[in-house]
Design a protein around this ligand. Structure first.
Ligand code: SF4
Length: 228
């Protein structure tokens, strides 16, 4: 899509479209290559998945209806460069796409966190897509949209959230079989309180895997809460 087309799509009329929003808050980014960066999080309401380890079940329902304009104003209040759009599953709301473009147009460095169950091909190319590949122990492995990987590039990141050794073995096989490390950075993340981080570190080193291990910084800092 040409830039002019994108701008037209995020003009005044588009900014009056609405989204269900669970929360907008300022915190340190706890995951991905942006870990530790002061970031504004825009959490959209709703998710069609039900992962066993989900730590944002409060975002499944409720929320407040805001226009894109309202969201942009709230984000601007925090005066930070980094914005993460998350959920729930943000792509479950069609107006997530114009929100992402509007944020990028305003010069923010934008990332999107998605379950990997929905199409990521239409997302503004200025946005970094953080795409999960759900493992068997999540209970949602059948929801993985396999073709999503074909749309990713070096700006994006693939994330496996791992519940135990069987998940690790499964993720390793997918990583190597699909040569994911050649597509973009790949993150292996232990489920907080379920998989011992040191065990995961040992397995990654033993198997010489070309991945980045991450521990959710916000959980280390603030316990079970995804942000504050
Ligand atoms: S995709 Fe994310 S928000 Fe949805 S159930 Fe899974 S962990 Fe929770």
């Amino acid at each position: 899509m040409k830039l002019a087309d994108r701008t037209a799509r995020t003009g005044a009329g588009v900014l009056q479209q609405t989204l269900r929003i669970t929360e907008i808050f300022h915190s340190l980014q706890g995951e991905t290559s942006r870990t530790g960066l002061p970031t504004v999080f825009v959490r959209l309401t709703g998710c069609p998945l039900r992962c066993g380890y989900c730590d944002t079940t409060y975002a499944f329902h409720g929320g407040t209806t805001l226009t894109l304009d309202d969201v942009l104003s709230e984000v601007a209040r925090y005066q930070t460069r980094y914005v993460t759009v998350t959920g729930g599953e943000p792509l479950a709301q069609k107006n997530c796409l114009p929100l992402l473009s509007a944020l990028a147009e305003r010069g923010y460095s934008v990332s999107l966190e998605t379950s990997g169950a929905l199409d990521v091909s239409k997302i503004d190319p200025r946005v970094s897509r953080i795409v999960d590949i759900k493992t068997p122990a999540s209970g949602e492995v059948h929801r993985n949209r396999r073709e999503n990987v074909e749309y990713l590039n070096s700006r994006d990141e693939i994330k496996f959230v791992l519940c135990g050794e069987q998940d690790y073995a499964w993720a390793k096989e997918v990583l190597l079989e699909r040569r994911l490390a050649l597509v973009c950075p790949v993150l292996f993340s232990p489920v907080y309180g379920q998989l011992e981080p040191a065990a995961l570190a040992d397995w990654i080193l033993r198997d010489r895997l070309p991945v980045r291990m991450q521990i959710q910084l916000h959980k280390v800092l603030w316990g079970g809460q995804p942000g504050r």
